[in-house]
Design a binder for this molecule. Structure first.
Ligand SMILES: Cc1cc2nc3c(=O)[nH]c(=O)nc-3n(C[C@H](O)[C@H](O)[C@H](O)COP(=O)(O)OP(=O)(O)OC[C@H]3O[C@@H](n4cnc5c(N)ncnc54)[C@H](O)[C@@H]3O)c2cc1C
Length: 430
Protein backbone atom coordinates (compact mmCIF):
# COMPACT_ATOMS: atom_id res chain seq x y z
CA UNK A 1 0.00 0.00 0.00
CA UNK A 2 1.28 3.50 -0.85
CA UNK A 3 2.24 5.89 1.95
CA UNK A 4 -0.62 7.72 3.66
CA UNK A 5 -1.81 11.10 2.45
CA UNK A 6 -1.50 13.99 4.88
CA UNK A 7 -5.21 14.73 4.45
CA UNK A 8 -8.15 12.97 2.77
CA UNK A 9 -10.94 15.42 2.01
CA UNK A 10 -14.31 13.70 1.58
CA UNK A 11 -16.61 15.70 -0.71
CA UNK A 12 -15.55 18.06 -3.51
CA UNK A 13 -18.05 20.85 -2.92
CA UNK A 14 -17.11 24.41 -2.00
CA UNK A 15 -16.31 23.36 1.59
CA UNK A 16 -14.04 20.43 0.74
CA UNK A 17 -12.28 22.23 -2.10
CA UNK A 18 -11.67 25.36 -0.01
CA UNK A 19 -10.11 23.14 2.67
CA UNK A 20 -7.93 21.40 0.05
CA UNK A 21 -6.90 24.74 -1.44
CA UNK A 22 -5.92 26.15 1.96
CA UNK A 23 -3.82 23.00 2.57
CA UNK A 24 -2.20 23.02 -0.86
CA UNK A 25 1.31 22.70 0.60
CA UNK A 26 0.35 19.25 1.97
CA UNK A 27 -0.26 15.92 0.23
CA UNK A 28 -4.05 15.95 -0.13
CA UNK A 29 -6.58 13.69 -1.86
CA UNK A 30 -10.17 14.83 -2.51
CA UNK A 31 -12.82 12.17 -3.06
CA UNK A 32 -16.32 12.69 -4.45
CA UNK A 33 -19.11 10.32 -5.41
CA UNK A 34 -20.43 12.49 -8.24
CA UNK A 35 -18.98 12.73 -11.74
CA UNK A 36 -18.17 16.44 -11.41
CA UNK A 37 -16.23 18.53 -8.91
CA UNK A 38 -18.08 21.34 -7.17
CA UNK A 39 -21.10 19.57 -5.66
CA UNK A 40 -23.93 22.09 -5.55
CA UNK A 41 -22.13 24.54 -7.86
CA UNK A 42 -22.82 22.43 -10.95
CA UNK A 43 -23.00 24.39 -14.24
CA UNK A 44 -23.04 23.55 -17.92
CA UNK A 45 -21.32 25.65 -20.61
CA UNK A 46 -22.65 25.97 -24.17
CA UNK A 47 -20.71 26.66 -27.38
CA UNK A 48 -22.18 30.16 -27.73
CA UNK A 49 -20.57 31.21 -24.42
CA UNK A 50 -23.78 30.98 -22.37
CA UNK A 51 -24.13 28.75 -19.34
CA UNK A 52 -26.71 27.10 -17.11
CA UNK A 53 -26.43 26.94 -13.32
CA UNK A 54 -28.09 24.00 -11.62
CA UNK A 55 -27.79 25.30 -8.06
CA UNK A 56 -25.70 28.08 -6.47
CA UNK A 57 -25.61 31.30 -8.43
CA UNK A 58 -25.80 34.56 -6.46
CA UNK A 59 -23.07 36.06 -4.33
CA UNK A 60 -24.55 38.93 -2.35
CA UNK A 61 -22.26 41.76 -1.27
CA UNK A 62 -21.88 40.43 2.28
CA UNK A 63 -20.33 37.12 1.10
CA UNK A 64 -16.79 38.37 1.49
CA UNK A 65 -15.11 34.96 1.65
CA UNK A 66 -16.35 34.14 -1.86
CA UNK A 67 -15.10 37.51 -3.13
CA UNK A 68 -11.73 36.86 -1.46
CA UNK A 69 -11.32 33.40 -3.01
CA UNK A 70 -12.50 34.58 -6.44
CA UNK A 71 -9.91 37.35 -6.35
CA UNK A 72 -7.13 34.97 -5.28
CA UNK A 73 -8.07 32.67 -8.18
CA UNK A 74 -8.39 35.58 -10.59
CA UNK A 75 -11.98 34.74 -11.57
CA UNK A 76 -14.48 37.03 -13.24
CA UNK A 77 -17.35 38.14 -11.04
CA UNK A 78 -19.96 40.10 -12.97
CA UNK A 79 -22.93 42.11 -11.66
CA UNK A 80 -25.93 39.81 -11.31
CA UNK A 81 -27.81 42.58 -13.09
CA UNK A 82 -31.03 41.45 -11.56
CA UNK A 83 -32.71 41.46 -8.24
CA UNK A 84 -36.34 40.80 -7.80
CA UNK A 85 -38.78 40.39 -4.99
CA UNK A 86 -40.75 37.33 -5.97
CA UNK A 87 -42.84 37.60 -2.83
CA UNK A 88 -46.06 38.21 -4.79
CA UNK A 89 -46.96 41.13 -2.52
CA UNK A 90 -46.83 43.76 -5.22
CA UNK A 91 -50.34 44.86 -6.18
CA UNK A 92 -51.99 42.77 -3.46
CA UNK A 93 -53.24 45.37 -0.98
CA UNK A 94 -55.11 42.88 1.21
CA UNK A 95 -51.96 40.86 1.69
CA UNK A 96 -49.90 44.00 2.32
CA UNK A 97 -52.32 45.05 5.08
CA UNK A 98 -52.36 41.58 6.65
CA UNK A 99 -48.58 41.36 6.55
CA UNK A 100 -47.81 44.81 7.95
CA UNK A 101 -48.01 43.97 11.70
CA UNK A 102 -46.03 40.76 11.20
CA UNK A 103 -43.27 42.49 9.28
CA UNK A 104 -43.12 45.08 12.06
CA UNK A 105 -42.86 42.28 14.63
CA UNK A 106 -40.10 40.63 12.60
CA UNK A 107 -38.18 43.88 12.31
CA UNK A 108 -38.50 44.30 16.05
CA UNK A 109 -37.12 40.76 16.66
CA UNK A 110 -34.18 41.56 14.38
CA UNK A 111 -33.40 44.80 16.20
CA UNK A 112 -32.95 42.99 19.55
CA UNK A 113 -29.68 41.02 19.64
CA UNK A 114 -29.90 37.89 21.79
CA UNK A 115 -27.84 34.69 22.03
CA UNK A 116 -28.30 32.65 18.85
CA UNK A 117 -29.55 29.65 20.82
CA UNK A 118 -32.11 31.65 22.86
CA UNK A 119 -35.29 29.58 23.16
CA UNK A 120 -37.49 32.32 21.69
CA UNK A 121 -35.35 32.39 18.52
CA UNK A 122 -33.80 28.96 18.07
CA UNK A 123 -36.46 26.91 19.85
CA UNK A 124 -39.41 28.38 18.00
CA UNK A 125 -40.56 27.50 14.49
CA UNK A 126 -41.84 30.16 12.11
CA UNK A 127 -45.22 28.39 12.17
CA UNK A 128 -45.32 28.76 15.98
CA UNK A 129 -44.15 32.37 15.83
CA UNK A 130 -46.98 33.12 13.36
CA UNK A 131 -49.65 31.76 15.66
CA UNK A 132 -52.80 33.86 15.30
CA UNK A 133 -51.79 35.25 11.91
CA UNK A 134 -54.30 35.05 9.04
CA UNK A 135 -53.92 32.28 6.45
CA UNK A 136 -52.56 34.70 3.85
CA UNK A 137 -49.63 35.55 6.15
CA UNK A 138 -48.90 31.87 6.82
CA UNK A 139 -49.03 31.25 3.05
CA UNK A 140 -46.71 34.17 2.37
CA UNK A 141 -44.01 32.90 4.76
CA UNK A 142 -44.54 29.31 3.62
CA UNK A 143 -43.71 30.32 0.06
CA UNK A 144 -40.86 32.56 1.17
CA UNK A 145 -39.23 29.84 3.30
CA UNK A 146 -39.80 27.38 0.45
CA UNK A 147 -38.13 29.56 -2.16
CA UNK A 148 -35.15 30.69 -0.09
CA UNK A 149 -34.65 27.90 2.43
CA UNK A 150 -36.25 24.92 0.64
CA UNK A 151 -38.18 24.32 3.83
CA UNK A 152 -41.60 24.85 5.36
CA UNK A 153 -42.58 27.31 8.12
CA UNK A 154 -42.81 24.32 10.42
CA UNK A 155 -39.26 23.22 9.55
CA UNK A 156 -37.64 26.64 9.99
CA UNK A 157 -36.77 28.33 13.26
CA UNK A 158 -37.39 32.02 13.80
CA UNK A 159 -33.59 32.37 14.02
CA UNK A 160 -33.26 30.71 10.61
CA UNK A 161 -35.83 33.05 9.07
CA UNK A 162 -34.09 36.11 10.53
CA UNK A 163 -30.74 34.95 9.21
CA UNK A 164 -31.95 35.10 5.63
CA UNK A 165 -34.59 37.83 5.84
CA UNK A 166 -33.68 41.28 4.60
CA UNK A 167 -30.49 42.27 2.91
CA UNK A 168 -28.02 40.95 5.48
CA UNK A 169 -27.54 37.21 5.52
CA UNK A 170 -24.64 36.68 7.84
CA UNK A 171 -26.35 37.74 11.07
CA UNK A 172 -29.98 37.71 12.19
CA UNK A 173 -29.63 41.12 13.84
CA UNK A 174 -29.94 44.43 12.02
CA UNK A 175 -28.03 46.18 14.79
CA UNK A 176 -24.77 44.52 13.72
CA UNK A 177 -22.52 46.19 11.20
CA UNK A 178 -22.09 43.86 8.24
CA UNK A 179 -18.96 44.45 6.14
CA UNK A 180 -19.83 44.51 2.44
CA UNK A 181 -18.09 44.50 -0.90
CA UNK A 182 -18.62 47.64 -2.95
CA UNK A 183 -19.00 45.46 -6.08
CA UNK A 184 -22.66 44.74 -5.36
CA UNK A 185 -24.38 41.42 -5.97
CA UNK A 186 -22.45 39.28 -8.46
CA UNK A 187 -22.37 35.93 -10.25
CA UNK A 188 -19.45 33.94 -11.66
CA UNK A 189 -19.04 34.66 -15.36
CA UNK A 190 -19.26 31.37 -17.24
CA UNK A 191 -21.19 29.62 -14.46
CA UNK A 192 -20.65 28.94 -10.76
CA UNK A 193 -18.70 25.79 -11.49
CA UNK A 194 -15.81 27.96 -12.79
CA UNK A 195 -15.26 28.79 -9.10
CA UNK A 196 -14.99 25.21 -7.85
CA UNK A 197 -13.05 23.99 -10.88
CA UNK A 198 -10.50 26.72 -10.22
CA UNK A 199 -10.32 25.81 -6.53
CA UNK A 200 -9.76 22.15 -7.44
CA UNK A 201 -6.97 23.02 -9.87
CA UNK A 202 -5.25 25.50 -7.56
CA UNK A 203 -5.35 23.03 -4.66
CA UNK A 204 -2.92 20.75 -6.51
CA UNK A 205 -4.66 17.86 -4.75
CA UNK A 206 -5.29 14.42 -6.22
CA UNK A 207 -8.99 14.55 -7.15
CA UNK A 208 -11.03 11.37 -7.51
CA UNK A 209 -14.62 11.68 -8.74
CA UNK A 210 -17.17 8.85 -9.14
CA UNK A 211 -15.72 7.47 -5.92
CA UNK A 212 -18.17 6.77 -3.11
CA UNK A 213 -16.99 6.89 0.50
CA UNK A 214 -18.53 3.94 2.30
CA UNK A 215 -16.66 3.85 5.62
CA UNK A 216 -14.18 5.90 7.62
CA UNK A 217 -12.32 4.73 10.69
CA UNK A 218 -9.51 6.14 12.79
CA UNK A 219 -7.17 3.93 14.78
CA UNK A 220 -3.58 4.07 15.95
CA UNK A 221 -3.04 7.55 14.56
CA UNK A 222 -4.20 6.72 11.04
CA UNK A 223 -7.50 7.26 9.22
CA UNK A 224 -8.72 4.62 6.80
CA UNK A 225 -11.27 5.60 4.17
CA UNK A 226 -12.99 2.74 2.36
CA UNK A 227 -14.18 3.79 -1.09
CA UNK A 228 -16.02 2.24 -4.00
CA UNK A 229 -14.71 3.60 -7.30
CA UNK A 230 -14.62 2.77 -10.99
CA UNK A 231 -11.98 0.11 -10.28
CA UNK A 232 -13.70 -1.46 -7.26
CA UNK A 233 -13.31 -1.12 -3.48
CA UNK A 234 -10.10 0.08 -1.89
CA UNK A 235 -8.83 1.71 1.29
CA UNK A 236 -7.15 5.12 1.31
CA UNK A 237 -4.99 5.99 4.30
CA UNK A 238 -4.47 9.51 5.60
CA UNK A 239 -3.22 11.19 8.77
CA UNK A 240 -6.26 13.48 8.82
CA UNK A 241 -9.72 13.37 7.33
CA UNK A 242 -11.83 16.40 6.51
CA UNK A 243 -15.43 15.37 6.07
CA UNK A 244 -17.14 17.82 3.71
CA UNK A 245 -19.99 15.36 3.14
CA UNK A 246 -23.64 16.14 3.88
CA UNK A 247 -24.22 15.83 7.65
CA UNK A 248 -26.36 12.71 7.52
CA UNK A 249 -23.92 10.97 5.13
CA UNK A 250 -21.04 11.79 7.53
CA UNK A 251 -23.04 10.18 10.36
CA UNK A 252 -23.63 7.05 8.30
CA UNK A 253 -20.10 6.46 7.02
CA UNK A 254 -17.84 7.61 9.89
CA UNK A 255 -17.49 4.89 12.53
CA UNK A 256 -17.25 5.29 16.30
CA UNK A 257 -18.40 8.91 16.58
CA UNK A 258 -19.27 10.11 20.09
CA UNK A 259 -23.03 9.87 20.85
CA UNK A 260 -23.44 13.70 21.02
CA UNK A 261 -22.00 14.03 17.53
CA UNK A 262 -24.22 11.26 16.15
CA UNK A 263 -27.26 12.94 17.73
CA UNK A 264 -26.43 16.37 16.28
CA UNK A 265 -25.68 14.94 12.81
CA UNK A 266 -28.93 12.99 12.92
CA UNK A 267 -30.85 16.20 13.51
CA UNK A 268 -29.47 17.75 10.29
CA UNK A 269 -32.26 17.74 7.69
CA UNK A 270 -32.12 18.77 4.05
CA UNK A 271 -34.78 20.17 1.78
CA UNK A 272 -34.70 18.65 -1.69
CA UNK A 273 -34.86 20.43 -5.02
CA UNK A 274 -35.03 19.68 -8.72
CA UNK A 275 -33.18 22.06 -11.05
CA UNK A 276 -34.43 22.47 -14.62
CA UNK A 277 -32.39 25.39 -16.05
CA UNK A 278 -33.99 26.56 -19.29
CA UNK A 279 -31.62 27.91 -21.97
CA UNK A 280 -32.91 30.06 -24.82
CA UNK A 281 -31.29 31.12 -28.09
CA UNK A 282 -30.71 34.74 -29.10
CA UNK A 283 -33.42 36.72 -30.89
CA UNK A 284 -34.13 35.51 -34.44
CA UNK A 285 -33.00 31.89 -33.83
CA UNK A 286 -35.48 29.09 -33.27
CA UNK A 287 -35.38 25.32 -32.70
CA UNK A 288 -37.76 22.40 -33.09
CA UNK A 289 -39.88 22.14 -29.93
CA UNK A 290 -38.86 19.64 -27.26
CA UNK A 291 -40.63 16.29 -27.80
CA UNK A 292 -43.20 16.47 -25.02
CA UNK A 293 -44.49 13.62 -22.85
CA UNK A 294 -47.25 13.84 -20.23
CA UNK A 295 -46.53 15.80 -17.06
CA UNK A 296 -48.70 16.32 -13.97
CA UNK A 297 -51.46 18.74 -14.77
CA UNK A 298 -51.65 20.43 -11.36
CA UNK A 299 -47.96 20.24 -10.32
CA UNK A 300 -45.79 23.37 -10.03
CA UNK A 301 -42.73 22.96 -12.26
CA UNK A 302 -41.02 26.23 -11.41
CA UNK A 303 -41.19 27.60 -7.90
CA UNK A 304 -38.89 30.60 -8.27
CA UNK A 305 -40.97 32.58 -10.79
CA UNK A 306 -38.03 32.56 -13.26
CA UNK A 307 -36.34 35.35 -11.30
CA UNK A 308 -32.86 33.76 -11.48
CA UNK A 309 -31.40 34.53 -14.89
CA UNK A 310 -28.18 35.01 -16.77
CA UNK A 311 -27.34 38.71 -16.43
CA UNK A 312 -28.12 40.89 -19.43
CA UNK A 313 -30.90 41.03 -21.99
CA UNK A 314 -31.99 37.39 -22.44
CA UNK A 315 -34.83 38.33 -24.82
CA UNK A 316 -32.22 39.76 -27.18
CA UNK A 317 -29.02 37.80 -26.51
CA UNK A 318 -30.34 34.49 -25.17
CA UNK A 319 -29.18 32.94 -21.89
CA UNK A 320 -30.60 30.85 -19.10
CA UNK A 321 -33.51 30.95 -16.67
CA UNK A 322 -32.09 29.02 -13.71
CA UNK A 323 -35.42 27.49 -12.79
CA UNK A 324 -35.91 25.07 -9.91
CA UNK A 325 -38.68 23.24 -8.08
CA UNK A 326 -38.37 23.64 -4.32
CA UNK A 327 -38.85 20.99 -1.67
CA UNK A 328 -42.62 20.77 -1.18
CA UNK A 329 -43.31 20.74 -4.95
CA UNK A 330 -40.20 18.68 -5.77
CA UNK A 331 -41.46 15.91 -3.49
CA UNK A 332 -44.61 15.60 -5.65
CA UNK A 333 -42.72 14.88 -8.89
CA UNK A 334 -39.52 13.45 -7.37
CA UNK A 335 -39.80 9.94 -8.82
CA UNK A 336 -41.27 10.97 -12.18
CA UNK A 337 -39.32 10.34 -15.35
CA UNK A 338 -36.92 13.23 -16.16
CA UNK A 339 -38.62 13.52 -19.59
CA UNK A 340 -41.92 14.21 -17.83
CA UNK A 341 -40.36 16.78 -15.46
CA UNK A 342 -38.61 18.48 -18.39
CA UNK A 343 -41.92 18.54 -20.30
CA UNK A 344 -43.67 20.07 -17.28
CA UNK A 345 -40.86 22.65 -17.04
CA UNK A 346 -41.25 23.50 -20.74
CA UNK A 347 -45.05 23.84 -20.49
CA UNK A 348 -44.75 26.08 -17.44
CA UNK A 349 -42.08 28.21 -19.15
CA UNK A 350 -44.04 28.48 -22.41
CA UNK A 351 -47.08 29.68 -20.46
CA UNK A 352 -44.99 32.38 -18.72
CA UNK A 353 -42.95 33.41 -21.79
CA UNK A 354 -44.87 32.37 -24.95
CA UNK A 355 -42.65 34.64 -27.05
CA UNK A 356 -39.53 32.63 -26.06
CA UNK A 357 -41.01 29.12 -26.30
CA UNK A 358 -39.60 28.28 -29.75
CA UNK A 359 -36.12 29.43 -28.67
CA UNK A 360 -35.69 26.90 -25.83
CA UNK A 361 -32.70 24.83 -26.94
CA UNK A 362 -31.91 23.01 -23.69
CA UNK A 363 -33.56 22.11 -20.41
CA UNK A 364 -31.14 20.78 -17.80
CA UNK A 365 -32.12 18.29 -15.13
CA UNK A 366 -30.66 17.54 -11.73
CA UNK A 367 -32.25 16.13 -8.59
CA UNK A 368 -30.66 17.50 -5.41
CA UNK A 369 -31.50 15.22 -2.51
CA UNK A 370 -29.34 17.32 -0.16
CA UNK A 371 -30.26 20.72 -1.61
CA UNK A 372 -30.16 22.92 1.49
CA UNK A 373 -29.78 22.10 5.19
CA UNK A 374 -32.81 23.30 7.15
CA UNK A 375 -32.39 25.99 9.77
CA UNK A 376 -34.61 23.91 12.04
CA UNK A 377 -35.54 24.62 15.65
CA UNK A 378 -32.63 23.66 17.89
CA UNK A 379 -30.06 24.05 15.09
CA UNK A 380 -28.06 26.73 16.92
CA UNK A 381 -27.94 24.63 20.10
CA UNK A 382 -26.12 21.97 18.01
CA UNK A 383 -23.77 24.46 16.31
CA UNK A 384 -20.60 23.75 18.33
CA UNK A 385 -21.04 19.97 18.31
CA UNK A 386 -21.55 19.98 14.53
CA UNK A 387 -18.33 21.94 14.00
CA UNK A 388 -16.23 19.99 16.52
CA UNK A 389 -13.49 17.62 15.35
CA UNK A 390 -13.40 14.01 16.54
CA UNK A 391 -9.75 13.01 16.87
CA UNK A 392 -8.13 13.43 13.45
CA UNK A 393 -11.51 13.74 11.70
CA UNK A 394 -12.63 17.31 11.07
CA UNK A 395 -16.04 18.44 9.85
CA UNK A 396 -17.16 21.13 7.42
CA UNK A 397 -19.95 21.84 4.94
CA UNK A 398 -22.76 24.36 4.79
CA UNK A 399 -24.72 22.45 7.45
CA UNK A 400 -22.06 23.48 9.99
CA UNK A 401 -22.19 27.18 9.08
CA UNK A 402 -24.60 29.20 6.90
CA UNK A 403 -26.40 27.50 4.02
CA UNK A 404 -24.62 29.10 1.07
CA UNK A 405 -21.26 29.15 -0.70
CA UNK A 406 -19.82 31.65 1.74
CA UNK A 407 -20.75 29.51 4.74
CA UNK A 408 -19.38 26.41 3.00
CA UNK A 409 -16.08 28.16 2.16
CA UNK A 410 -15.68 29.51 5.69
CA UNK A 411 -16.36 26.08 7.16
CA UNK A 412 -13.75 24.50 4.84
CA UNK A 413 -11.20 27.10 5.81
CA UNK A 414 -11.87 26.51 9.51
CA UNK A 415 -11.44 22.74 9.05
CA UNK A 416 -8.12 23.33 7.26
CA UNK A 417 -7.03 25.51 10.17
CA UNK A 418 -7.90 22.75 12.64
CA UNK A 419 -5.64 20.39 10.68
CA UNK A 420 -2.84 22.96 10.86
CA UNK A 421 -3.36 23.47 14.60
CA UNK A 422 -3.04 19.71 15.18
CA UNK A 423 0.07 19.51 13.01
CA UNK A 424 1.74 22.33 14.92
CA UNK A 425 0.91 20.87 18.35
CA UNK A 426 2.00 17.36 17.30
CA UNK A 427 5.28 18.76 15.98
CA UNK A 428 4.64 17.06 12.64
CA UNK A 429 6.71 19.00 10.12
CA UNK A 430 4.51 18.26 7.07
C1 LIG B 1 -30.95 25.09 -6.21
C2 LIG B 1 -29.90 25.70 -5.30
C3 LIG B 1 -29.65 27.05 -5.37
C4 LIG B 1 -28.67 27.64 -4.56
N1 LIG B 1 -28.41 28.98 -4.70
C5 LIG B 1 -27.35 29.52 -4.02
C6 LIG B 1 -26.93 30.85 -4.32
O1 LIG B 1 -27.49 31.52 -5.20
N2 LIG B 1 -25.86 31.35 -3.63
C7 LIG B 1 -25.20 30.60 -2.67
O2 LIG B 1 -24.22 31.10 -2.08
N3 LIG B 1 -25.58 29.33 -2.38
C8 LIG B 1 -26.64 28.77 -3.05
N4 LIG B 1 -27.00 27.47 -2.81
C9 LIG B 1 -26.34 26.74 -1.70
C10 LIG B 1 -24.93 26.29 -2.07
O3 LIG B 1 -24.97 25.58 -3.31
C11 LIG B 1 -24.38 25.37 -0.98
O4 LIG B 1 -24.55 26.00 0.28
C12 LIG B 1 -22.89 25.05 -1.15
O5 LIG B 1 -22.56 24.82 -2.48
C13 LIG B 1 -22.61 23.83 -0.28
O6 LIG B 1 -21.28 23.38 -0.43
P1 LIG B 1 -20.78 22.12 0.40
O7 LIG B 1 -19.38 21.90 0.03
O8 LIG B 1 -21.12 22.29 1.84
O9 LIG B 1 -21.71 20.89 -0.08
P2 LIG B 1 -21.82 20.11 -1.55
O10 LIG B 1 -21.54 21.08 -2.60
O11 LIG B 1 -23.11 19.46 -1.48
O12 LIG B 1 -20.63 19.07 -1.43
C14 LIG B 1 -20.78 17.82 -0.80
C15 LIG B 1 -20.18 16.78 -1.74
O13 LIG B 1 -20.19 15.51 -1.10
C16 LIG B 1 -20.37 14.54 -2.10
N5 LIG B 1 -20.81 13.29 -1.48
C17 LIG B 1 -21.99 13.01 -0.87
N6 LIG B 1 -21.99 11.75 -0.40
C18 LIG B 1 -20.79 11.22 -0.71
C19 LIG B 1 -20.16 9.97 -0.44
N7 LIG B 1 -20.75 8.98 0.25
N8 LIG B 1 -18.90 9.77 -0.91
C20 LIG B 1 -18.25 10.75 -1.61
N9 LIG B 1 -18.79 11.96 -1.86
C21 LIG B 1 -20.03 12.19 -1.41
C22 LIG B 1 -21.39 15.15 -3.03
O14 LIG B 1 -21.33 14.54 -4.33
C23 LIG B 1 -20.96 16.61 -3.04
O15 LIG B 1 -20.14 16.93 -4.14
C24 LIG B 1 -27.96 26.85 -3.61
C25 LIG B 1 -28.22 25.47 -3.53
C26 LIG B 1 -29.17 24.90 -4.37
C27 LIG B 1 -29.41 23.40 -4.28
Amino acid sequence: MSSPYDVAVLGAGVAGLTAAYRLRDLDVIVIDADSHVGGRTLSQQFDDGSWANFAAQYVSNDKLKVFELADELDLDLIPSGFHSDSSRVAGNDDLKRALAPWLEKLNDEMARPRPADAAELDGLTVAEWLEGAPDSVHDYFELWCGQLLFASNMETSLHGLMLVWGDQRVTPFTTEQVPRSNRGEVVFKGGTNTFTRALAKASGATIETETLVIAVEESEGLCRVVVEGPSGDRTIEARHVISALPGTVARDVIRHLPPAKVKALSRVRYGCNIATPISVLPEGQTVEPLPLVPSRHSAIYCSNDYVLRTPGDIARDGGCFHAYIHDSHARVVWDDDPASIRSGAWRSFAAAFPELADRVHHIGFKRWRHALPHRHAGRMADEEVLKASCGAIHFCGDYTWTSNMDGAARSGEAAAQRVRDTLSTSGNPT
